[in-house]
Design a binder for this molecule. Structure first.
Ligand SMILES: NC(=O)c1ccc[n+]([C@@H]2O[C@H](COP(=O)([O-])OP(=O)(O)OC[C@H]3O[C@@H](n4cnc5c(N)ncnc54)[C@H](OP(=O)(O)O)[C@@H]3O)[C@@H](O)[C@H]2O)c1
Length: 320
């Protein structure tokens, strides 16, 4: 089967011809129709988990996807042949991922039936980023009446957080370059704030821009891009008792506690329950997942390089 894989950590992802996986006990083999791209995919290729997870090479990249159940292993009870499913796929240990004609997932794992009316390219864009957005908003305990700053608002996770924080009744300030200010407002942001990539010039000082409007501070920061020094800087915007949530494990909870704040590093776990919650949100149009571009499988290496370079304005979906 055709798949996008790396031959070793640090290698450039490439189109390869690899054996089709067989579903083992409790496993489902899915004929993939579309796969969603996340920053994790190129971070995995770089070796992000090389010291913590056993890996087989060639390693097929990709986690998110949608397709049709082709075959099931012994003991599978929940899903059956021919069903349309979406969720997370693969096994790093076995070198398997979602950027392939066939992918493996578990019957008791992060996969669910696709909601009626959802198309494959849309479904593939949902899982990882939207689950992270949900977990960030939940774990930051975003509530009605709060003022919340979303940092990294224009990408996959950020657009979800803007919508879900707004749905919770919070006043949302979204970071946005000029080209995305209108989109952010349409997704539910009450205000947008400009930023520079490194935030080191006085004119582009994010804190000053927020304080100019909210001089008594804000209640929460939902941040998917800042490193630890930047989180310490941005945390100055928070009122006593405020929360700083990071999806990139950049927050130092002890340091936040010393400032009278709560710091949380968030992992957006995927499960059938989380996927069902996301399906309901999409069904109700409370969560719109913006597909920025669709590319054929052979162009996935270029799409991974483009995501690494920055500038995401929504999700990239790979048509298998
Ligand atoms: N912990 C988890 O479970 C989990 C789950 C999902 C994702 N993540 C992580 O969360 C991060 C974001 O993921 P994603 O899928 O949303 O990425 P993405 O789709 O690539 O979006 C990132 C967005 O952030 C913007 N950005 C970059 N630097 C910024 C800055 N200094 N201030 C404000 N905005 C900035 C980018 O636009 P410009 O480049 O134009 O600035 C882009 O729109 C990734 O590192 C990912 O690995 C973690």
């Amino acid at each position: 089967m055709r798949a996008i894989a790396v031959s070793e950590y640090g290698a450039t992802p490439a189109l390869m011809s690899l054996p089709r996986p067989e579903p083992g006990p409790g496993e489902i083999l899915v004929k993939m129709i579309a796969a969603g791209l996340n920053p994790f995919d190129w971070k995995l290729a770089d070796g992000m988990v090389k010291d913590s997870v056993d890996t087989s090479f060639p390693l097929i990249l990709g986690v998110d996807g949608a397709g049709v159940v082709e075959d099931v292993g012994p003991g599978v009870t929940r899903l059956r042949h021919g069903e349309q499913v979406y969720g997370a796929f693969g096994s790093i240990k076995r070198g398997l991922g979602a950027f392939a004609e066939y992918a493996i997932t578990r019957d008791d794992g992060p996969v669910a039936k696709m909601p009626e009316g959802m198309i494959y390219t849309q479904a593939a864009a949902v899982p990882t980023a939207s689950a992270a957005a949900l977990a960030m908003v939940d774990e930051a305990r975003v509530d009605a009446g709060q003022t919340v700053l979303v940092v990294g608002a224009t990408g996959g996770v950020g657009q979800g957080m803007v919508q879900l924080a707004s749905l919770a009744g919070a006043k949302v300030i979204a970071t946005a370059r000029d080209d995305m200010a209108g989109t952010m407002r349409r997704l539910g942001a009450d205000e947008t704030v400009a930023y520079s990539r490194n935030g080191d010039s006085a004119d582009d000082d994010l804190n000053a821009r927020v304080l100019a409007v909210h001089n008594d501070g804000i209640d929460a920061v939902l941040d998917v891009v800042s490193d630890t020094p930047a989180t310490e800087d941005i945390a100055q915007l928070l009122r006593p008792g405020g929360t700083y949530a990071s999806s990139v494990w950049a927050v130092n909870p002890d340091s936040m506690e010393a400032k009278g704040l709560r710091g949380v590093n968030v992992d957006g776990g995927l499960s059938p329950d989380v996927l069902d919650r996301l399906s309901d949100l999409v069904d109700a149009s409370d969560l719109r997942v913006r597909v920025e571009r669709e590319v054929p499988l052979e162009d996935a290496p270029d799409a991974l390089a483009a995501n690494r370079a920055g500038g995401a304005r929504g999700k990239t979906v790979i048509r298998i």
